[in-house]
Design a protein around this ligand. Structure first.
Ligand code: SAH
Ligand code: SF4
Length: 349
């Protein structure tokens, strides 16, 4: 079932050539378990089938152009798609975990004011295979170590590419596929309320993070255009639906921007807003992008964390990784190879 949805061209080819149906499972296993990038590596398949696949269904849909290594061990992968778009993926080794941060779109339509991807505008959605393959490439690259976590926090708003993203995550989670536990997969959204509800209703136990960035309505509108579409109370209704339905922890992402959202009044209001024991506040410091914002000092960030905790919030301050190769959150902005201007930002209201 997952194989057919993930690989419709392979399924069609198998049917047309009168191959036995189990071949599709073998093809799916070769890509998602053996991580082949060339059908010649798929030795469980007969030669004639490998040759036919090579002609008709490529084993690799992304072209790996470059791997950059940061001093802290973070790696960034630059890919080209078949239609010459550039996308980026990051692998972060940390305390025995290897987390891969994947992209779901070329660019992003949401236009958050502090984010390098947001500056690009949107070019197109990625297909499920393009999304999942980012993980397969990182997994091959770090073998024999294993990918332990996947976070959908790279380029793009995953909930504006919902079907393809979920299809990819289901393959990553599939016991007959990449076989990564759903609890080790997390998706971050800028807050599309209908999709948050839909995500809550998915059977898999994927984790969710909502990018909040300020507890104040008017201030949120200034930095995140989506705030003009969904008010904070609407967003919190969806958040409540998520925790009530899933009984899972819900993460709120909060990028500290100096002088914008890092005052004590913000910490106090957050404590009132995030009033559920399953809510967790994830603070991160702003990573430099050419957007006119600057980072809160480490000292002030710790003070903000202390205040949030003092007010009863479950909260952590996430260290930034891979900054020397521009691989940190919000810094991914691979250049479009075709030099075309980005599609203008989608009007949100
Ligand atoms: N589009 C989704 C997921 C990708 S962004 C979302 O916005 O949630 C992942 C996280 O990085 C989001 O919380 C986003 O707001 C944050 N972010 C964006 N730019 C950043 C920057 N320059 N520094 C730190 N965090 C940033
Ligand atoms: Fe898009 Fe997320 Fe960047 Fe906002 S922060 S522009 S939603 S990628």
């Amino acid at each position: 079932m997952k194989a057919a949805e993930f690989l419709p061209e392979a399924q069609q080819m198998i049917a047309e050539r009168g191959e036995p149906a189990y071949r599709l499972r073998q093809i799916y296993g070769a890509l998602t378990k053996s991580l082949v990038r060339d059908w010649e590596e798929a030795t469980s398949l007969p030669k004639h089938l490998r040759e036919a696949l090579t002609e008709e269904v490529p084993a690799a849909v992304l072209d790996l152009q470059r791997v950059s290594h940061a001093t802290d061990g973070t790696r960034k992968y630059l890919f080209h798609t078949h239609d010459k778009h550039a996308i980026e993926t990051v692998m972060i080794p940390e305390r025995g975990r290897n987390t891969v941060c994947i992209s779901t779109q070329v660019g992003c339509a949401m236009g958050c004011k502090f984010c390098a991807t947001g500056l690009m505008g949107i070019k197109r959605n990625l297909k499920a295979r393009e999304i999942a393959e980012q993980v397969f490439v990182a997994a091959r690259d770090i073998a024999p170590e294993r990918v332990s976590n996947v976070v959908v926090m790279g380029m793009g708003e995953p909930m504006l590419n919902y079907e393809a993203t979920l299809r990819a995550l289901k393959v990553l989670n599939d016991g007959d596929g990449f076989n990564l536990a759903a609890r080790h997969i997390a998706l971050s959204t800028s807050g599309l309320v209908d999709k948050i509800r839909r995500f809550a209703d998915e059977p898999e136990q994927f984790h969710l993070a909502i990018s909040l960035h300020t507890p104040f309505e008017e201030e949120r509108k200034e930095i995140m255009p989506i705030a003009s579409r969904h008010s904070i109370p609407e967003l919190m209704d969806a958040a409540r639906y998520y925790v009530d339905t899933t009984r899972r922890k819900l993460f709120f992402e909060y990028t500290l921007l100096a002088g914008v959202n890092d005052q004590m009044r913000h910490a106090n209001a957050l404590a009132d807003l995030l009033d559920h024991p399953l809510y967790h506040l994830n603070l991160l410091r702003f990573n430099w992008t050419d957007t006119g914002f600057s980072a809160t000092s480490k000292r002030d960030a710790k003070e903000f964390l202390r205040r949030a905790r003092e007010r009863g919030l479950s909260a952590t301050l996430r260290p930034s990784r891979g900054e020397d190769i521009d691989a940190a959150c919000g810094q991914l902005a691979a250049k479009d190879l075709r030099g075309r201007p980005a599609v203008p930002l989608v009007p949100l209201s």
